[in-house]
Ligand binder design. Structure first.
Ligand code: GN1
Ligand code: MG
Length: 539
């Protein structure tokens, strides 16, 4: 590795001076014009990370998910397809904030030294990007830093975020007993479709599914997957909607999973007809929300909490049928934003333990790993189901004692292949939901009948200084500013079945207040009162 080469390459990719960058919940994310130098520096860090991990391949994904088209972002994927280890987020932040090119290169070598990284050893990085036009330029910045550090590099071009996670894991497990799949986009489609056939185990999906793809990368990729799928075998017919990736300005505009969840309504266009089955993906296809328009009561949404409860109840039933109850531990992981009714349903009705973690899927993912079957979803529709190696092994090797047991074991085994084990994946989750509904013979309305959500409200509160707000108890309580929580508690006590909490957003310069209560008007009133308290304490 040559110091001068890194320095010369860096000089082609400036960061914007005076700005403070932070590797947040979703990596670095902001207006794409500010990201050229950031992406170059992320390349430097991934070159170090790969070498630190004995030359295993590191992934870099360029996406800003559900943000407007002018934004972009860059994040690092660890070898098994999970998110960058938290300690390294700090290194990423420090490297990106180096004030000058010289200081950057100094810090790069200092980091290599302190982490005992052999810079002469080989490193490998792969990259993917969503459909944003800025992605192409940012990839050049990444390629430059990888060339300057003699790091082997493959550009997989346009991918969904979960596909990049899949490929990273496939590369690092190739030729081992834990091999995750064929290292190609086609390999991903074939794996999912084959597992979908197996998981249905003779059941058929009934009714066409309309998929709003947010005019993002999910559209063309879902279309690709469907080329490998024979609907005569499954009954699944998909109509791909909002898949215009040629006009960047329509990306995430009035459509997509984030729009549907936050606005609590269907995409503006095309208008879902009453009774049709619909779901929405977000801009990089890692979030999923289902809904339909009821002829009598209007829009009804099935969000991440609903997907989690559906998956947990189905898998718990299969585990019982397979005779594995007591042998495999199942748990459900949520954040404080999960609707209180869903938590109650899982604990009391399904009798499955619920764990609450701070916001951000890395926390949920981590907690899910401590179960044999860890179901985790954020209410916004991002999540997956993780199976331990033990669980996957038992599904394959347990000798079935009856046809019903065989059916359950085969289905569990197929779910292990169908459900993305690296990260939340909207396309994989969608196929999982279709499998479960087909097994249960349920419509979306049957699914919705399992429990009734408490009316809730989420408000964004602009404050002078959001850093004043510090939380405890998985973000459900404020420790700072002092006395603020006491005031919130006092207000909450005045309502029935109510809950409310406030925290600083990790992705925006604001606080968020969540409130739920027995009625719509009480939830709204409570949210507004708590927002006023937060505003008053916000500096
Ligand atoms: C209430 C809410 O939806 N918060 C979102 C949002 O985080 P905040 O820290 O609340 O800004 O963005 C995160 C990253 O996409 C996502 O993980 C999280 O669920
Ligand atoms: Mg996303």
């Amino acid at each position: 590795m040559d110091r001068d080469a890194i320095l010369a390459a860096s000089k082609k990719h400036d960061i914007v001076p005076g700005r403070v960058y932070k590797y947040g919940t979703a990596g670095f994310r902001m207006n794409a014009d500010l990201l050229d130098g950031v992406t170059f520096r992320v390349g430097l860090l991934s070159a170090l990370r790969s070498r630190k991990l004995n030359g295993q391949t590191i992934g870099v994904m360029i996406t800003a998910s559900h943000n407007p088209a002018v934004d972009n972002g860059v994040k690092i994927v660890d070898p098994m397809g999970d998110m960058l280890e938290q300690e390294w987020e700090v290194h990423a932040t420090n490297l990106v904030n180096a004030p000058s090119h010289e200081e950057l290169v100094d810090y790069f070598y200092k980091l290599a030294d302190s982490l005992k990284i052999d810079l002469t050893s080989p490193g490998k990085v792969i990259a993917g990007r969503d459909t944003r036009p800025s992605g192409k330029t940012l990839v050049t910045a990444l390629a430059d830093s990888l060339a300057a550090t003699n790091t082997a590099y493959t550009d997989f071009k346009i991918l969904t975020t979960p596909q990049l996670h899949y490929l990273t894991r496939c590369i690092n497990t190739a030729g081992t007993p834990g091999s995750y799949g064929e290292v190609s986009e086609v390999g991903y489609y074939k794996k999912l479709v084959e597992a979908f056939y197996r998981a249905l185990h003779g059941r058929r999906v009934s009714g066409k599914l309309n998929v709003d793809c947010a005019n993002g990368v999910g559209g063309p990729k879902l279309t690709e997957l469907l080329k490998h799928h024979d609907s005569s075998k499954t009954g699944l017919e998909v109509r791909v909607a909002n898949d215009d990736v040629l006009r960047p300005e329509v990306l995430n505009l009035d459509c997509g999973a984030d729009f549907v969840k936050t606005r609590q309504r269907a995409p503006a266009s095309p208008k879902p007809a009453p009774g049709e089955r619909w779901c929405s993906l977000d801009g990089d296809a890692d979030r999923l929300i289902y809904y339909w328009i009821d002829p009598d009561t209007g829009f009804f949404m099935l969000d991440g909490d609903r997907i989690a409860t559906l998956a947990a109840s189905f898998i718990a039933d299969l585990i019982r049928t397979a005779g594995l109850e007591g042998q495999l531990r199942i748990g459900l992981i949520q954040t404080a934003y999960a609707n209180g009714s869903s938590t109650k349903y899982v604990e009391q009705h399904l009798q499955i333990p619920v764990v609450c973690t701070p916001t951000g899927v890395k926390h949920l993912h981590h907690a899910a790993c401590s179960y044999d079957i860890g179901v985790y979803f954020e209410a916004n529709g991002h999540g997956t189901v993780l199976f331990s190696q033990d669980a996957l092994q038992v599904f394959k090797t347990k000798e079935p004692q009856s046809p019903a047991q065989k059916d359950a074991l085969d289905t569990l085994s197929a779910l292990g292949d169908l459900i993305n084990q690296t990260v939340g994946d909207a396309i994989s989750d969608m196929l999982m939901v279709e499998v479960i509904l087909a097994h249960k013979g349920w419509s979306l309305r049957d699914w919705a009948m399992t429990y009734q959500d408490l009316p809730n409200r989420l408000v964004r509160v602009e404050v002078g200084n959001k850093d004043l707000f510090r939380t405890t108890d998985a973000e459900r309580k404020l420790s700072h500013p002092e006395h603020c929580q006491d005031e919130i508690d006092k207000v909450v006590k005045k309502y029935t079945n109510a809950r409310s909490f406030a925290r600083a957003s990790g992705t925006e310069n604001a606080c968020r207040v969540y409130a739920e209560a027995a009625t719509r008007s009480e939830a709204d009133e409570l949210a507004n009162k708590v927002a006023a308290i937060v505003k008053a304490y916000g500096g």
